[in-house]
Design a protein around this ligand. Structure first.
Ligand SMILES: Cc1cc2nc3c(=O)[nH]c(=O)nc-3n(C[C@H](O)[C@H](O)[C@H](O)COP(=O)(O)O)c2cc1C
Length: 202
């Protein structure tokens, strides 16, 4: 019998200043996950959502390498994570590397590729949220090592790793300090600090 904490679908709902789309309000970056494989049909939907993202000149520069727990590739991705991320990321049933193509078709630098990867990941994250799946994006990844391990061509840049799984799991899958963080109220800067009406502020 799982303990009571394990029965709870983890939630950490944003305390928003204006009402927003429920899926955006509910999204957060979990460090615990249900111990359940992600259904193939859910993965299909998640990547399909990414596929239909907008991108500069429709270049679709995003790339992903994903692997399920128990596979060699999962371990290879895990081994590229920072020491901090290693303390929790193997709670996830799926790990992923994200990358973008650096050049346009004529070989010039695609200045908007990182933007487009981010936009794609926003869509991927939201579609996953709709399916009860949380993503935890990680900058803490040795991208040079990931390039070597996965033989990524030079015109691509590994950007982040992602831990992904159904929301849930047990708080005690985490070290104590991270248990507190998992349930701490989520904070944001006020809108007026980044959305400037008619002229630059500051
Ligand atoms: C590009 C990016 C890199 C991140 N890197 C890490 C990371 O290496 N380790 C980690 O635990 N969280 C990481 N995060 C998660 C952020 O800390 C988290 O999104 C932020 O604190 C806001 O919390 P929320 O997503 O739950 O709203 C990263 C998030 C993004 C978008």
């Amino acid at each position: 019998m799982e303990n009571e904490v394990e029965q709870i679908r983890m939630e950490n709902i944003a305390d928003t200043d204006s009402e927003i789309f429920a899926l955006l309000k509910q999204r957060y970056s979990p460090r615990i996950f249900k111990k359940r494989r992600i259904d193939e049909s859910d993965l299909d939907q998640i990547f399909e959502a990414g596929r239909w993202s907008a991108s500069s000149n429709n270049l679709q520069p995003w790339r992903f390498v994903f692997a399920e727990k128990g596979t060699k590739a999962y371990q290879l991705i895990y081994d590229c994570l920072s020491d901090f991320n290693k303390t929790w990321a193997n709670n996830a049933p799926l790990l992923m590397l994200t990358a973008y193509q650096k050049n346009t078709k004529d070989g010039k630098e695609n200045f908007h590729a990182l933007h487009d990867l981010g936009l794609c990941l926003g869509n991927v994250t939201l579609q996953a949220q709709y399916l009860g799946i949380g993503l935890h994006h990680m900058a803490g990844v040795d991208w040079k090592k990931a390039h070597r391990v996965f033989k990524v061509p030079n015109n691509f840049h590994i950007t982040t790793a992602i831990a992904m799984g159904y929301y849930g799991g047990a708080l005690n899958d985490l070290p104590p300090d991270l248990q507190e963080e998992e349930i701490a109220q989520r904070e944001r800067n006020p809108v007026k600090t980044f959305a400037y009406k008619e002229s630059w502020v500051g």
